[in-house]
Design a binder for this molecule. Structure first.
Ligand code: PEP
Ligand code: MG
Length: 922
């Protein structure tokens, strides 16, 4: 890469960059430029490009600093001219902020340094210039603290210890007998700076840098370094942001929100990011610096009067008290509020999307520091897109393309059961920071949250598959920091005692779709004792609480949940998706209950009905075991006759639920050993039931043992060695269809042979199916249309798809097995090496979740083309896990599949992703 320009300046209504240069300037840099261009007041500054970050990791620190120097010095000179001050100058100093800004927003994950340019001499100059010694020294001590933490790596040695600078502050406060930071005098602040610097010298062995440029380069490099810190890496992994993107660095003239009562700082959203309501909303703090708001250290006040009144109602604060003690900005600074309101409207109209903005008021003058498309919950995403469509701000295509398919998932999650909620005891209230319902055990730190969430919950009931669920936890913190990310991801919900709606905890939780209640001031949290006290009651680690992220309520114990209720906006999105999509969406369902759910979500058929689960309940498993343990075909037939009525009843239920839509039923697939008892007790029970010696059972079980069952006696190999199983299943499927026909219910059965690899394997099975059908139709004097097709899940089947399509009427790509066999990775054992492969970037993603388009995908493409060459109307679909994953769905669209099939709860996601795929092609 040969870079000719690394720095882009902005200021005073001019900018070298613009909004569509996000890849190069990062989101923040591109929007700072754009705001300048549209006349929004922004402190002048410059952006160092994301390419330079990549270069930094290739060439190293010294080389990149050398390359950057001339451009950065010229850019600083421009800021100096616009601000009429000088960087590092004692009499008229220019101070700057240095912030990260990647292409995609990563709130709080990387580093920020404010007030840069101060030293022992400059602080005096700043005092003279502002006439405000307290402000100057407070800025200086904040700078030394922030720079020490971020650039010089001053961290506590033990992670449970307190930050070394905070420790010094506490000591000084104690010695002076004061409680609040704001009670410290100028002399105290001077003492803090001296002590901070001594601590730096002691821990790092170096003096705190005095030169403004040395400080600047330290800060710039540390922002680049922060791109690779653990929390940024984790965040990227969660959000699918590639490491190659790099971060930009934004250097801007400082404006101060802490210069007294006419100064302030805040964060605001042009619409409500939690609910999507079209209502300007935000928080601010008078006489504070920006970090105080987002770090959740002080709980801020509301910007609008309406927001303030809503807050007061929740907090139980009277209107009189609210107006005198917690006035909104609309009331306390009406002129500034008016200007801010006009700017937020202008920015939302300009970007045609909900904006998340940061601002500072310095002595009565408003400056915008950032605007970006706001992170939002799934519910807000849907509401905002549909409202903007109705308001004529965006068209249908933009509305659909704006939605993140996976976020629809949040809307489908359970909510609290209304009846259970009436009986629940509210123990405290906080801010409704991110909606949802969460119940779980209290943990007090991120490590415990991550650890507990991996442990089995021995008190919970087994799930439908007989597995023990994992522990559900609620992470309870005084305030959260970006380091808590892994814990937030593992927890059901997050509860904080401090912090507002715009604290990082709230923003990140909304981005993750995690339930979050923040700023619950009534909680007394003691990390050391691992307790939380509310109104005299002590909650310990492991005790249950529940959170209502939609109204901020915190409940004692577990509160029951129920299925979500979908609103008309959601329905409209689905209708719109169907208008543009070219692919159908079916579901994978094995029970009438799942089938019904999928129909509600708009599935237009079943793409995969696995029949093996049906054999596990009650009498069925006994008959199945009898079949497997039988000596010969005759014995098997007798046992299968017992299973037949059960199977037929299962299919009747499923066909009925699908209301005449096509249903693909797959013949038995897994190796038989999965059905027999492996423990002595089970074997004895079986021996008793069958009247044979337990030894006979044991021998048969041993005989069924395979070294590698996934590649063993399964799929079409079963039906070919035990054709009577295929006969029974065919009878059950078509028998069910015939019975429903009599009741006037339409059915469209499609019988699917699993794991075909050789044409003749399929032909043999087809022969059995067709002969059984013929016999059944003759016996009943009635008939039904049905199709016979196959799964394509073995590479050989894909390679010989033209031959297989000469007989098969449809293909369904089983991309779980196809991935397994194409990579040669066991789908059950990939966990042992996948994390390392992802870490080393040998793999970009788990191929069992995201379709490997370059490899496995090419087999899908080729098989579709080869199949259709001999059978032009060959219906092709996908039924592996990838059928509900948006990027894989897009690929299926490009290949020209007729449908994707996925689990019921992913049907809406797949419908939207399919529509987006079609729109992207237009
Ligand atoms: C597949 O292999 O993709 C498939 C759908 O079948 P199963 O997961 O049941 O093996
Ligand atoms: Mg399979």
């Amino acid at each position: 890469m040969s870079i000719t320009k690394r720095v882009y300046t902005f200021g005073n209504g001019k900018a070298e960059g613009k909004a569509d240069m996000k890849n190069l300037l990062g989101g923040k840099g591109a929007n700072l430029a754009e705001m300048n261009l549209i006349g929004v007041p922004v402190p002048p500054g410059f952006t160092i490009t994301t390419d330079t970050c990549t270069e930094y990791y290739q060439l190293g620190k010294d080389k990149v600093v050398e390359l950057l120097k001339p451009e950065v010095e010229a850019a600083i000179a421009l800021i100096e001219k616009l601000m009429n001050s000088k960087f590092g100058d004692v009499e008229n100093p220019l101070l700057v902020s240095v912030r990260s800004g990647a292409r995609a927003s990563m709130p709080g994950m990387m580093d920020t340094i404010l007030n840069l340019g101060l030293n022992d001499a400059v602080v005096d100059g700043l005092t003279r210039k502002t006439g405000n010694a307290r402000f100057a020294w407070d800025s200086y001590r904040r700078f030394v603290q922030m720079y020490g933490d971020v650039v010089l790596g001053m961290k506590p040695e033990n992670k449970n210890d307190i930050d070394p600078f905070e420790e010094i502050i506490e000591e000084v406060k104690e010695a002076k007998g004061v409680e609040l930071d704001t009670d410290l005098t100028v002399e105290d602040l001077k003492e803090l700076v001296t002590k901070f610097k001594a601590a730096v010298k002691k821990q790092t062995g170096k003096d705190f840098p005095e030169s403004a440029y040395e400080q600047l380069w330290g800060a710039v490099c540390s922002v680049f370094d922060s791109w690779m810190n653990d929390r940024a890496i984790l965040y990227r992994k969660m959000e699918g942001i590639p490491a190659e993107w790099g971060t930009a660095v934004n250097v801007q003239a400082m404006v101060f929100g802490n210069m007294g009562e006419t100064s302030a700082t805040g964060v605001c959203f042009s619409r409500d990011a939690a609910t999507g309501e079209d209502q300007f909303i935000g928080e601010y703090l008078i006489n504070a610096q920006g970090e105080d708001v987002v770090a959740g250290i002080r709980t801020p006040q509301q910007i609008t009067k309406l927001g303030s009144q809503r807050w007061a109602e929740l907090a139980g604060v009277s209107e009189e008290e609210r107006r005198s003690k917690f006035p909104s900005m609309e009331e306390a600074m009406p002129e500034i509020y008016k200007e801010l309101d006009a700017i937020q409207t202008k920015l939302e109209n300009h970007y045609r999307d909900m904006q998340d903005m940061e601002f500072t008021v310095q002595e009565g003058k408003l400056w915008m520091l950032q605007t970006r498309s706001g992170k939002r919950t799934g519910a807000a995403m849907v509401k905002i897109a549909m409202d903007m469509l109705r308001q004529g701000m965006i068209d249908e295509k933009t509305a659909l393309l704006r939605l993140e398919p996976n976020k629809l998932d949040e809307l489908l999650h359970p909510i609290f059961d209304k009846e259970a909620l009436k009986k629940a005891t509210v123990i405290a209230k906080g801010l409704a920071a991110s909606p949802g319902a969460a119940s779980g055990m209290i943990v007090f730190n991120a490590d415990d949250a991550a650890e507990w969430a991996k442990q089995d919950d021995m008190e919970a009931q087994l799930d439908a598959e007989g597995k023990r669920p994992k522990k559900k936890v609620i992470m309870v913190r005084i305030e959260t920091s970006p380091e808590d990310l892994a814990g937030m991801a593992a927890a059901e919900g997050i509860l904080t005692a401090r912090g507002g709606m715009t604290s990082h905890a709230a923003v990140v939780a909304r981005g993750m779709g995690k339930c979050c209640v923040s700023g619950a001031g009534a909680l007394r949290i003691d990390y050391a004792a691992k307790t939380m006290e509310v109104d005299g009651k002590i909650y310990k680690e492991g005790d249950y609480i529940s959170l209502n992220g939609s109204n901020g309520d915190i409940y004692d114990g577990k509160v029951a949940t129920k299925e979500a209720e979908l609103d008309s906006d959601f329905a409209e999105i689905m209708t719109l998706s169907d208008k543009y999509t070219k692919m159908a969406v079916r579901t994978n369902a094995d029970t009438p209950k799942d089938a019904k759910k999928a129909r509600e979500f708009g599935a237009v058929g079943i793409g995969l009905c696995r029949t093996e689960h049906m054999f596990f309940e009650g009498e069925k498993i006994k008959a199945m075991r009898e079949m497997i343990l039988a000596e010969n075909a005759e014995g098997r037939r007798v046992a299968l006759e017992k299973i037949l009525p059960y199977q037929q009843a299962d299919f009747e239920g499923i066909f009925e639920a699908m209301e005449g839509c096509p249903v693909t039923v797959r013949l038995l697939d897994p190796p038989l050993h999965e059905f027999v008892p492996h423990d002595e007790k089970g074997q004895q029970e079986m021996a008793n039931a069958m009247g044979v010696d337990v030894k006979v059972i044991k021998q048969r079980v041993d005989a069924l043992h395979e070294q590698n069952p996934m590649l063993g006696h399964r799929g079409a190999r079963l039906g070919n060695t035990y054709p009577e199983i295929t006969e029974m299943q065919t009878k059950a499927i078509l028998g069910a269809a015939l019975k429903l026909k009599k009741k006037g219910v339409k059915t469209m059965p499609e019988i699917m042979v699993p794991l075909t690899g050789i044409l003749y394997e399929f032909l043999e099975q087809e022969k059995v199916i067709r002969a059984t059908a013929k016999k059944l139709f003759e016996e009943t004097g009635d008939s039904i249309d049905y199709k016979v097709g196959t799964m394509i899940e073995i590479p050989r089947a894909a390679l010989t798809a033209n031959r297989i399509a000469s007989a098969a009427e449809f293909f369904s790509f089983g991309t779980n097995d196809l991935t397994q066999m194409t990579f040669g990775y066991s789908r059950d054992d990939i966990g042992s090496f996948l994390p390392v492969y992802l870490e080393k970037k040998i793999l970009k993603f788990d191929p069992f979740q995201v379709l490997d388009q370059n490899g496995v995908g090419q087999l899908v493409r080729m098989a579709t083309e080869k199949g259709r060459a001999v059978r032009p109307d060959l219906k092709c679909g996908i039924c592996g896990e990838h059928g509900g994953e948006p990027s894989s769905v897009e690929f299926c669209h490009r290949v020209g599949l007729n449908y994707v099939s996925c689990s019921p709860f992913r049907v809406p996601i797949a419908r939207l992703a399919a529509a987006q795929a079609a729109l992207k092609e237009d």
